[in-house]
Write a protein that binds this ligand. Structure first.
Ligand code: SAM
Ligand code: SF4
Ligand code: SF4
Length: 348
């Protein structure tokens, strides 16, 4: 059942599996209101126990199975991945997966998404272990807005310093993800874009999404990609950049004065399900084929039940070949309803 580059595994809509997001914990040291509102994820919330989480050997084994089926890019996420103990050891194990060749699948990219709070402490060890790229989530530059959004007492300076530390460690260029919400931080769009231009980091604005069922999503709160692009263009001269690869989710614009690029991810207003090549593995080893899925397929039970590599490969291939998800396109047509998993559980 091993897929070669010549015959990729395709889902029912003809999409190959190319990216895998590995959630390494469901815990977080922030309580962003759009992701883990404190009223739901408070002191009483039952987070996963340590022995429920996939161990590093199990994660690495599954990652290799996915790479054998065509995955080229891994991204570690969560919850907050830097809370997972000894994370650099996992990075080292994953970065040892061989790169692709002309006729063999392999791992081309290993990245991590973090809120940046612990980055000063971990950036050097992560870089040394073989991490290639890092994305830091940052929705505001001032303490008051940052603290309100992330429901924390931590100063935003901790995250900004984490970004400096990542660059010092060689994890450069750093990408920044920013979710704009109308009436909350959208007034600071130009300030954020100006900061990214001056600092030399690549900023991507992401539309506020109705992931999970606890974040009180309202369509009016979402700032559409078209509006973001208009506002940037009103301040700086920009031109669209052609996608560099099939399935690229960010619409990219180049600043004509040479100050780099800015990206916009229009997940809600211009859904890109047709090109979605992304699988997600929760911290307990459930495979999800869509961010908006209600449930996943338990791969941990197979791993701990003694399945061979061939059996695991066949199980993953069966799930992917049966996939027909296109939730964001359906939302655009009829709206979303029914249960779906929380973002902090399967990773953004
Ligand atoms: N804790 C890490 C972080 O914040 O970068 C990694 C996990 S977090 C779930 C991954 C990404 O999901 C973050 O960039 C966050 O802004 C984004 N996110 C969470 N809830 C969202 C929502 N409702 N709409 C859009 N993006 C969201
Ligand atoms: Fe934590 Fe990231 Fe969710 Fe914020 S977006 S609560 S940092 S997991
Ligand atoms: Fe992919 Fe699901 Fe998002 Fe569509 S809604 S782009 S299928 S994760």
């Amino acid at each position: 059942m091993e897929s070669s580059v010549a015959s990729p595994l395709l889902d029912r809509l003809g999409r190959p599996v190319r990216d895998l997001r590995l959630s390494v914990t469901d815990r977080c040291n922030l309580r962003c209101r759009y992701c883990m509102p404190r009223e739901v994820f408070g002191p009483e919330y039952a987070f996963l126990e340590r022995d429920e989480l996939l161990r590093f050997e199990e994660l690495t084994r599954l990652a290799r199975i996915f790479v054998g089926l065509g995955v080229r890019k891994l991204r570690l996420t969560g919850g907050e991945p830097l809370l997972r103990r000894d994370l650099p050891d996992l990075v080292a194990a994953l970065s040892a997966i061989p790169a692709p060749t002309e006729d063999q699948p392999g791992l081309a990219d290993l990245a991590l998404t973090t809120n940046g709070v612990l980055l000063r402490r971990f950036a050097p060890a992560l870089a040394e272990a073989g991490l290639r790229r890092i994305t830091v989530s940052l929705d505001a530059l001032d303490d008051a807005t940052f603290r309100q959004l992330a429901d924390t007492n931590a100063p935003v300076g901790t995250v900004l310093d984490g970004i400096v530390a990542a660059r010092e460690a060689g994890l450069d260029p750093v990408k920044i993800n920013c979710v704009l919400q109308r009436g909350v931080n959208d007034g600071r769009l130009e300030e954020l874009a100006g900061w990214a231009r001056d600092t030399g980091v690549t900023l991507r604005f992401i539309e506020f999404m109705d992931v999970g069922t606890t974040n009180g999503w309202l369509r009016d709160r979402m700032v559409p990609a078209a509006e973001v692009a208009e506002r940037i263009a009103a301040r700086w001269a920009i031109e669209p950049v052609e996608p560099t690869h099939h399935g690229e989710v960010a619409e990219r614009y180049r600043y004509l004065d040479g100050a780099g690029e800015v990206g916009i991810i229009a997940s809600v207003s211009r859904p890109f399900c047709g090109d979605c090549t992304r699988a997600r593995l929760s911290a307990v080893g459930e495979l999800y084929t869509c961010l908006f899925a209600a449930r996943g397929t338990d791969l941990r039970a197979l791993v701990r039940g003694g399945a061979s590599d061939g059996e695991l490969t066949a199980a993953v291939a069966a799930v992917w070949s049966a996939r027909s998800d296109r939730a964001s396109e359906l939302r655009a047509e009829a709206g979303l309803s029914g249960p779906r998993v929380e973002m902090s559980y399967i990773g953004g």
